[in-house]
Each structure stands twice: as structure tokens, then as C-alpha cells.
Design a protein around this ligand. Structure first.
Ligand SMILES: Cc1cc2nc3c(=O)[nH]c(=O)nc-3n(C[C@H](O)[C@H](O)[C@H](O)COP(=O)(O)OP(=O)(O)OC[C@H]3O[C@@H](n4cnc5c(N)ncnc54)[C@H](O)[C@@H]3O)c2cc1C
Length: 472
């Protein structure tokens, strides 16, 4: 292990997607940080199998979107079928983003690309380094970390970011509760390699068959992600069990898909939990350490990456003395409701998908078919799944834009700089390297856009940049 520094501004515990995104963000912003992970290498396995458009918008700002898009497959969106009977299709082509597709790519590759970007920015993951303990060390926090040889190191940090997954030590050491439940639903989950000449469907397909739910999603390398609801006690599926699930529940080519091998297979029980707070003292929780829920809809990893997007720029402004500590309180106020709403949404998806009573199955499928024909419904759902609707408390009165996402095609961001989006005749010169000015007829008054793509509170903008731009 490379020598651990004794002091840093931000200690990031966990080098999964959330921790790596935070590390890349801080490296790009020039903030000192240390990122550790207890594992000696990046964990194998595809796990989260899709990146949403909203996430790509942030990954573009930190310089990894293009590489990931080159590695992955451009998925068309979500289709809901009852084997051969189409029920609903949420096409991502209609999604109002520069990235109108669901990027199909395994989590491991996402982590590899984030780690490469971190190295390119001069950063580095300290591997085989396990957080053992945390205690207050005014004005920051002292961490005890064990390396692979059992040697113990002390690192003091101004802040600790717990990105250490669902069994988070940081959460436990900070004494933060993780309330929620585990619904009685078991899933078989497998990564399957199909034979070379297998057909390819780039929609992620939910088959709501009378025999149970089956989700199939293409991955690079002729792989297919398979998720199926299974009865309690079912073991991780082998090749024969997966072929049986595909044959009974799948439609079209999926039914007869020729399996070459099964690199990964597990039985997975969903938990639905949100931490009681995402910020306590000098500690923050991000990603699965902060929230966990059903993987249906491909939202989990994406939400963790967005946590890092929200926290990263705030740490930058506080640590460089440009904002007061209170700015960090908005991390919990903004992100915890997002996590709670996500759990409500994925829980609904789970309930709809796992109905077992035959008459209820019929009713559900007929209803989905009818709802799909209502104008705007499938576009609305596609935008929701793409996470484009995720925003924070809105302004009052005429200020409806504060807290909402601004389409990057309007704001045209440059890296992690703020953008001031102005109408054509506004005279708003900027000599601040952290602020770019974009002129567009799409707005009728100036709007300041934060580095996470959200329209800023005008008062915050004025405080940070020192000038009242009459921004609304
Ligand atoms: C089989 C499987 C399939 C999944 N499929 C999907 C899917 O299709 N879609 C989806 O959105 N999500 C899916 N998920 C969930 C997704 O993988 C997680 O949401 C995502 O990994 C969370 O990222 P994270 O960065 O928060 O934490 P993690 O990826 O869990 O990373 C946490 C890291 O912290 C490290 N760590 C833990 N404790 C310590 C410590 N004390 N000291 C140092 N390091 C520590 C761990 O080694 C780990 O590398 C799946 C998960 C599994 C297991």
C-alpha cells in the first residue's frame, strides 16, 4: 500500500461508484483527499448494470462519460411485456437530455473508468486499507485504518465521507440509524453469456408473466443480466434454472436464448432503508451507506453517484473558505428526501412487478396496457426512470426554477464550473474562473447553475460570487 498521508481535508471510505465519483470530483476541484478501500482490487461482477441519462450528465462534467459510452451499449429504455404481449414501453429517445439512452454497462467497468480518471488527475485509491475507528479530533475527525499487514495508521481529516456500502462502518461508528424493512421478496440474479450468434434486444425488458417477473437486460460482451422473482429458499440459479426461467417467463428470442456460461449468479433479498441522517458532525453518508432499495429500475448506483455530485462542490466551497459550514447542512436536506422518494418509487415498482394472484396479474397487465395509451404517460415515466425529475426544494412565488435541473444543452457547462445562463441582451461579464457565462434565448432572466446541474438559490449565488446578478 502506498504511504497513507497523516492529514487530509476529506477521507473517503469506500471506492465503489459513490466514493470514486467523490474522489474524482475533489481531485478535479483541487481538494486534498484520501480514498481507501478494504479490498485489494476492484470487486468483480457487473452488479449495477445501467447508467441513467442524468448520471451521464454529471459524469460528463468530470470527464468520464465519453469513455463509458464507448465501452457500453446504448439501451433504448424499458419495455414491459407479458411474454409475447407488449404492455408498455418507456422509450429513452424522448428523454430531454444530451444522453437520450440507458447506458448498459457493468458496474465493474464504471469503477475502472472512474479510477483511471482519478489517476489521470493525480489521485489514487489506497487499497487493502480498512477503516477501524473514528473519533472526534477538533476541528475534524481522526480515523484509525489497518493495512493488509495489520499495521495501524492514524489519519486526521476535516471531513469523512462514508461511501462504504450497505454495511457501512462509518454509519455505525457515527451512531447513525438505518431504519427500514426487508420485504418478503427473493430474487435470482445472474449474469449470463449468450452464444455468439444470439439475437440482441437493447431494451431492458420486464416480463410480467403468470409464472413470475423476469427482467432481462443486454450488457457488452454478449452478456445478459437476468433478474427473476423466486420463491423463498430458492438457491442461486445454475444454467439449467436460468434456462427454465427464460423459457417459462420470457417472450420472443429470450425464451430460447442459448446460454454459453453463467459467470455470476446469486439469490438476492431486497432491503429498503434510508439512514436517519446523511450528515452528522464531520461525517457524511453517500451511496448504499445512506440508502438501499430494490434494484428494479436501475436507480441505486446512480443515486450514489448523484450524492457525490451534490456533496463534492459544497465541500470545495467550504474547504476553500468561500462558503460557511452551513452550506454542508443542505446535503442532508436535499439528498435524504430524494432517497426516501426513491425507496417509495422502487417499492411501488417491486409491488407491481411481484403480484402473484392470477386475477390480479391479469388486472395489472390490462391496466398497464391501458395506461400506456394515455398521452404523455410513458414519456413521463421514462424521464422519471432517467432521474431527470430529481430536484430539491423549489423557490417560492415566481421563482419556480430554483432547485430544478437545468438541461445541459441550455447551460452548456464547462467541467465543474458554475454557469450563469443569461438571455441574449443581459450584460453579465465574469472574470471568475469558477463561473462561465452562457447566453441563450431559452431563458428570460439569468439563472445560476450549480456544478451538479441544479438551478441555484439566488441568495447562495450572490454569497458565493459576491455580486447580485439579479438572478432568479
Ligand atoms: C449482485 C448485485 C446486483 C446489483 N444490481 C444492481 C442493478 O442492476 N442496478 C443498481 O442500480 N444497483 C444494483 N446493485 C446495487 C449496486 O451495486 C450498489 O447500489 C452500488 O454498488 C453502491 O455503490 P456504493 O459506492 O455506494 O457502495 P459499494 O459499491 O458497496 O462500495 C463500498 C466499498 O466500500 C468498501 N468498504 C466497506 N467497508 C469498508 C471499510 N471499513 N474500510 C474501507 N473500505 C470499506 C468496500 O470494499 C466497497 O468497495 C446490485 C448489487 C449487487 C450485490
Amino acid at each position: 500500500m502506498q504511504q497513507l498521508p497523516r492529514h487530509t481535508d476529506v477521507l473517503i471510505v469506500g471506492a465503489g461508484p459513490a466514493g470514486l465519483t467523490l474522489a474524482v470530483t475533489l481531485a478535479q476541484l483541487g481538494i486534498s483527499h484520501v480514498i481507501i478501500d478494504s479490498k485489494p482490487t476492484a470487486a468483480p461482477g457487473t452488479k449495477a448494470a445501467a447508467i441513467q441519462p442524468r448520471t451521464l450528465e454529471y459524469l460528463d462534467r468530470i470527464g468520464v462519460a465519453d469513455t463509458l459510452i464507448g465501452d457500453g451499449l446504448r439501451g433504448g429504455g424499458f419495455a414491459v411485456v407479458d411474454r409475447d404481449r407488449p404492455l408498455m414501453r418507456m422509450s429513452y429517445e424522448s428523454v430531454a437530455s444530451p444522453f437520450p439512452f440507458l447506458l448498459l454497462i457493468g458496474q465493474q467497468q464504471t469503477e475502472v473508468r472512474l479510477a483511471e480518471r482519478l489517476e489521470a488527475l493525480g489521485g489514487h485509491v489506497h487499497r487493502s486499507a480498512t477503516l477501524l475507528d473514528l473519533h472526534d479530533d477538533f476541528p475534524g475527525i481522526a480515523a484509525t485504518i489497518a493495512d493488509a499487514d495489520g499495521l495501524v495508521h492514524a489519519v486526521t481529516a476535516r471531513y469523512v465521507a462514508g461511501c462504504d456500502g450497505v454495511h457501512s462502518s462509518v454509519r455505525r461508528l457515527a451512531g447513525i440509524d438505518f431504519p427500514g424493512d426487508a420485504p418478503a421478496a427473493l430474487f435470482a440474479l445472474a449474469d449470463v453469456v449468450l452464444q455468439e450468434d444470439s439475437p440482441r434486444d437493447l431494451d431492458t425488458t420486464f416480463s410480467l408473466s403468470p409464472h413470475g417477473m423476469l427482467i432481462t437486460s443486454a450488457l457488452p460482451g454478449n452478456q445478459l443480466r437476468v433478474v427473476a422473482s423466486v420463491p423463498e429458499g430458492t438457491p442461486a440459479p445454475d444454467t439449467a434454472a436460468i434456462a427454465e426461467l427464460l423459457g417459462r417467463r420470457g417472450g420472443g428470442w429470450i425464451r430460447g436464448a442459448a446460454i454459453e456460461s453463467v459467470p455470476a449468479s446469486s439469490a438476492y433479498r431486497v432491503q429498503q432503508r434510508v439512514a436517519a441522517t446523511l450528515h452528522k458532525g464531520n461525517v457524511f453518508l453517500l451511496g448504499d451507506a445512506a440508502h438501499t432499495h430494490s434494484p428494479a429500475g436501475g436507480q441505486g448506483m446512480n443515486t450514489g453517484i448523484q450524492d457525490a455530485a451534490n456533496l463534492g462542490w459544497k465541500l470545495h466551497y467550504v474547504l476553500t473558505g468561500r462558503a460557511r459550514d452551513e452550506l454542508l447542512d443542505s446535503y442532508d436536506t436535499e439528498r435524504r428526501p430524494v432517497a426516501a422518494q426513491l425507496i417509495a418509487f422502487t417499492s411501488q415498482l417491486l409491488q407491481i412487478a411481484t403480484v402473484t394472484e392470477p386475477s390480479s396479474i391479469q388486472l395489472r397487465n390490462d391496466t398497464l396496457r391501458a395506461v400506456a395509451d394515455a398521452p404523455g404517460i410513458t414519456d413521463f415515466l421514462a424521464a422519471k426512470l432517467a432521474q431527470l425529475d430529481v430536484g430539491y426544494s423549489r423557490g417560492s412565488g415566481d421563482d419556480a426554477v430554483t432547485g430544478t435541473r437545468i438541461d445541459p444543452r441550455v447551460s452548456q457547462p464547462s467541467g465543474l464550473a458554475w454557469t450563469l445562463v443569461t438571455p441574449p441582451n443581459a450584460d453579465v461579464p465574469s472574470d471568475d474562473a469558477d463561473l462561465t457565462v452562457t447566453t441563450t434565448p431559452d431563458v428570460d432572466h439569468p439563472v445560476a447553475v450549480r456544478p451538479d446541474g441544479i438551478a441555484a438559490d439566488p441568495a447562495l449565488f450572490t454569497t458565493l460570487f459576491g455580486v447580485d446578478r439579479h438572478v432568479q
